[in-house]
Ligand binder design. Structure first.
Ligand code: NI
Length: 254
């Protein structure tokens, strides 16, 4: 059984001390593909470097809504030059976050839209970060720019309406450790996603699933996410592993 962690951050400083060690462990425990996600130009460059260093790691490049304070729109040019390299498989994570950032909605939308244009220019899908901004995110995707390679809603916030709309627009839905939390409305959210659109991720080092909540997360825990989905979809773990592996390969064109 092999697993594909569709979203992790080995470019995060929390892995500074033992990055190489942990990456080896992950691979030896059957997580045999990982997408390392950028969130600003520095972390995107680092994701690219990790993808050069490790065969089984792929990279994305993008500026997240949490990383645009005091950043000029021209910073997207740096993302463009990173994203043109081999093994960069998407533009992301990009999107809107009105939970952490309420003061700069116009700037967030500008960065989001211009990076979707960049994805279209480079023929790549997008990885969307959307928090407390469902209506505006969907409005942009429906009315302003319809990304031609679609993409992924990452760390899906378990909002059934969002999922329904996102699936209709052709997007993949990626679930992370938060589906294992007590009181998570995981069941109806997961039931809403057809098998050919479902992905699993860890968002490491964040969002550690139960029973390890509170500890640093790594991609080995993607199995706990898969297990929860298998339970809800009434499938074997091996089936979910293989379905999500194929889906991730498809959207990232690997
Ligand atoms: Ni992330």
């Amino acid at each position: 059984m092999e697993f594909f962690d569709s979203h992790a951050h080995y470019n995060d400083e929390k892995f500074e001390k033992d990055r190489a060690e942990i990456i080896q462990k992950i691979y030896s425990e059957n997580v045999t593909k990982i997408t390392c996600i950028g969130y600003n130009s520095r972390s995107s460059q680092m994701a690219l470097e990790l993808s050069k260093q490790y065969d089984f790691i792929y990279a994305t490049a993008g500026i997240s809504p949490n990383d645009i304070k005091n950043v000029k729109i021209q910073e997207i040019d740096k993302i463009r030059s990173i994203a043109q390299q081999q093994k960069v498989v998407a533009i992301g994570e990009i999107g809107l976050d009105y939970y952490w950032e309420k003061e700069n909605k116009t700037q967030q939308k500008e960065f989001f839209i211009q990076q979707i244009e960049l994805a279209d220019e480079l023929d790549l899908p997008i990885v969307i970060h959307c928090r407390d901004a469902v209506m505006d995110t969907l409005a942009i995707l429906k009315n302003e720019i319809n990304p031609k390679n679609r993409g992924i809603f990452h760390c899906c916030m378990l909002n059934k309406e969002l999922i329904k709309e996102a699936v209709k627009l052709g997007f993949y839905i990626s679930f992370s450790g938060n589906i294992t939390f007590k009181n998570a409305k995981a069941k109806e959210a997961i039931e809403e996603v057809p098998e050919n659109r479902i992905l699993i991720e860890t968002d490491s080092p964040y969002l550690t699933p139960e029973p390890f909540r509170g500890m640093r997360n790594d991609s080995r825990n993607v199995k706990l996410v898969a297990k929860k989905i298998a339970e809800i979809k009434k499938l074997d773990l091996a089936e979910i592993a293989s379905i999500t592996y194929q889906n991730a390969k498809e959207i990232y064109k690997i």
